[in-house]
Design a protein around this ligand. Structure first.
Ligand code: SAM
Length: 208
């Protein structure tokens, strides 16, 4: 098997500044950072790079099933996109090489979003000299399934585990009815922070 060392950790989309600006903006908000949908690591690298640049000592977690299962690409289309276990192995070699260099606290969960939510609803155990249970998230990049139904489930999970000031970023907002997602977020007290053609961010406010 040929292993490609890819220190750049490739991205697959645009407007990653929405992620880096969002991570920088949660410097005073407590909780882990999280990416749903790791692929080859580009989004997670952006998050970790910004955590380091802004001197935030936070655990970052990524959740991805790989396994070349059917991928929900839009509200109307589900198909295989070659997110294989081989891709997972390739990504993790590079990801952990990168973390080794930077000493970044990164944990990977080889699960779908919904399986993670079932198993870690009461927090994520962290082992670093001693054990802690992290129950809060300060920043989340939602880049797994791109349909409204899945996104509303993800929003519910993170809404209940985020402090005021937390930020969520949605990728590929043109792939689904983002208006429905926007309205649901507004009903929970999340307001639009930054918009771009591919990614939109929202910040949690005190609900009126
Ligand atoms: C668009 S790619 C992610 C790109 C990556 N965030 C980046 O910025 O480079 C989508 C990823 O979501 C993963 N995925 C598919 N279904 C998922 C689910 N139910 N939960 C979490 N991740 C999922 C796929 O395996 C794939 O790696």
């Amino acid at each position: 098997m040929k292993i490609v060392i890819e220190p750049d950790l490739p991205t697959d989309s645009d407007d990653y500044n929405v992620i880096s600006e969002g991570v920088a903006a949660v410097a005073n908000v407590s909780g882990m950072t999280c990416e749903i949908g790791l692929r080859l690591g580009g989004g997670t690298k952006t998050i970790i790079d910004t955590l380091i640049e802004t001197k935030q000592n936070k655990v970052h977690i990524a959740i991805d099933p790989y396994g070349n299962i059917d991928y929900i690409e839009t509200d109307d289309s589900t198909r295989k996109l070659n997110y294989t276990n081989q891709m997972r192995n390739q990504c993790l070699v590079n990801m952990y090489m990168y973390c080794l260099t930077l000493e970044a606290p990164f944990l990977f969960f080889n699960l779908e979003d919904t399986e993670f939510f079932k198993r870690f609803s009461d927090g994520v155990p962290i082992y670093n000299e001693y054990k802690t249970i992290e129950t809060q998230y300060s920043f989340i990049h939602l880049d797994g399934p791109h349909n409204v139904e899945s996104l509303l489930i993800e929003i519910d999970f993170f809404h209940n585990r985020t402090p005021v000031g937390a930020i969520m970023v949605f990728d590929d907002v043109a792939n689904y009815d983002h208006g429905e997602v926007h309205d649901y977020l507004a009903s929970l007290g999340w307001i639009s922070l930054k918009t771009s053609p591919r990614k939109w961010s929202y910040i949690k406010t005190e609900k009126a």
